[in-house]
Write a protein that binds this ligand. Structure first.
Ligand code: MN
Length: 416
């Protein structure tokens, strides 16, 4: 029976930490190996294959080599952009690899001025028909769905897959801002399988009048929250789908080789010395062999400040006990002596986003719409991310400055 693999959100190139970066790549490589082992007919990657539109070349090289092996086994790879590896004005590595013939990008439309009319891609080997809409920025992408010529897609016969990279209200259970999601009714009916990306948690749901909606979730994770969710039992992997004229079987395949352990320390009314002792106890009482170790320290210290807690000795000890990585998160830790920070959250991204949302009102008087409201908060976050981008090797200082300035201008819709 024919089968395909549905993968998403590999975020290759994510993580500044070298070990996590490598483990992330290894999870992807494991997914590719499993596809060969299970002899799937094709692979569908639903966005955020890479973490950026232009990732570091060492990651591109390693991922390319692995995908080449898969292709040499006669397995086709189809891809859509995700919100991370798409750029509105610059070429993406997805375009480069598509042009090289390594994989095939599923085309949608260049813009959504009138009606968006999608063409089916026919997989020659299995006869499956694939259409889809790439991930962009949620506010833009929504418009593509609103303009979508659904009737044409619905009347097509055969086994049909719809690939997408956006949150769907009915599947989210309120866990996301609704302005970043679309309702199920935006999708064309009569597809057998709706292959999703963007949501990092595994989710499957059958919707009335539609086939099965599936998010495989991330193959590893791209930030602390993803790892914490893995520690709390979320599986990391992808789906293999058996089909003939309809979906026959859906199997989840795990990709993460290390376990993730999470320890929480409540530092409310504790001294920095108490916290140090609690850290030591965690270290002494547990085994860490081959583990990604997360320690989350939160609460309000009775005295001292969070930076007084030297975590290096406990890190060293946990590594000595065989951990592959130790991640100590004190973003939600504050002190009575320094309690002027209003926002408490776990992940850096969440903190940044909330600060921008809180302050977006300050831009109400400006003429650029990209500065106002939620759109303004999103722009500010994108500008911050652009500003954090490093200088490439062999790039001159002035080329670097020009490149970042041009990128920021594009994000804000000001100039070229
Ligand atoms: Mn993603």
């Amino acid at each position: 029976m024919p089968s395909f693999a549905h993968i998403s959100d590999c975020h290759l190139g994510a993580w500044r930490d070298k070990t996590l970066r490598k483990l992330n790549l290894e999870a992807f490589e494991k997914a590719m190996d499993k596809c060969v082992e299970k002899n799937v007919d094709f692979i569908l990657i639903c966005g955020d294959l890479f973490d950026k539109n232009i990732p570091d070349l060492d990651i591109v090289e390693q991922a390319t080599r692995k995908m080449r092996q898969v292709r040499n086994q006669g397995i086709e790879i189809y891809v859509i952009y995700g919100s991370h590896d798409y750029s509105p004005a610059a070429t993406s590595i997805i375009d480069v690899l598509h042009s090289s013939g390594l994989f095939t990008k599923i085309m949608d439309a260049d813009n959504a001025t009138d009606k968006v009319s999608l063409k089916f891609l026919h997989d020659k080997k299995t006869g499956a028909k694939i259409a889809g809409i790439s991930g962009r920025r949620a506010s833009i992408e929504k418009y593509y769905y609103e303009m979508l010529d659904r009737e044409k897609l619905e009347s097509e016969g055969g086994f049909k897959i719809f690939a997408f990279h956006i949150g769907v209200n009915e599947l989210m259970g309120g866990s996301m801002h609704t302005d970043e999601c679309i309702p199920v009714s935006f999708f064309p009916r009569n597809f057998d399988y709706y292959a999703g990306g963007h949501i990092h948690s595994r989710t499957e749901k059958k919707e009335n009048g539609y086939g099965l909606f599936v998010y495989p979730g991330t193959t590893f994770g791209w930030n602390y929250n993803d790892l914490e969710n893995a520690a709390n039992g979320e599986e990391r992997g992808f789906f293999i789908v058996d089909f003939d004229s309809s979906v026959k079987n859906v199997e989840f395949v795990e990709t993460m080789k290390n376990s993730v352990k999470l320890f929480e320390i409540n530092a409310d009314n504790k001294t920095t010395d108490d916290v140090r002792k609690m850290l030591d106890k965690i270290c002494d009482d547990n085994s860490f062999e081959n583990c990604i170790t997360l320690i989350k320290i939160k609460g309000v210290l009775a005295s001292g400040k969070s930076s007084d807690i030297n975590t290096q000795p406990v890190r060293d000890k946990i590594y000595a006990k065989g951990a592959v990585n130790v991640f100590i998160n004190r973003n939600a830790l504050s002190s009575k002596e320094f309690d002027d920070i209003k926002i408490k959250a776990d992940a850096r991204e969440t903190i940044e986003e909330r600060i921008f949302r809180e302050h977006s009102g300050m831009c109400a008087a400006y003429s650029l719409n990209t500065l106002k409201g939620d759109e303004g908060a999103r722009s500010a976050k994108a500008v911050l991310d652009a500003a954090k981008e490093g200088k490439k090797e062999n790039e001159t200082k002035s080329d670097y400055a020009d490149r970042i300035a041009a990128k920021i201008a594009r994000i804000l819709g000001a100039g070229t």
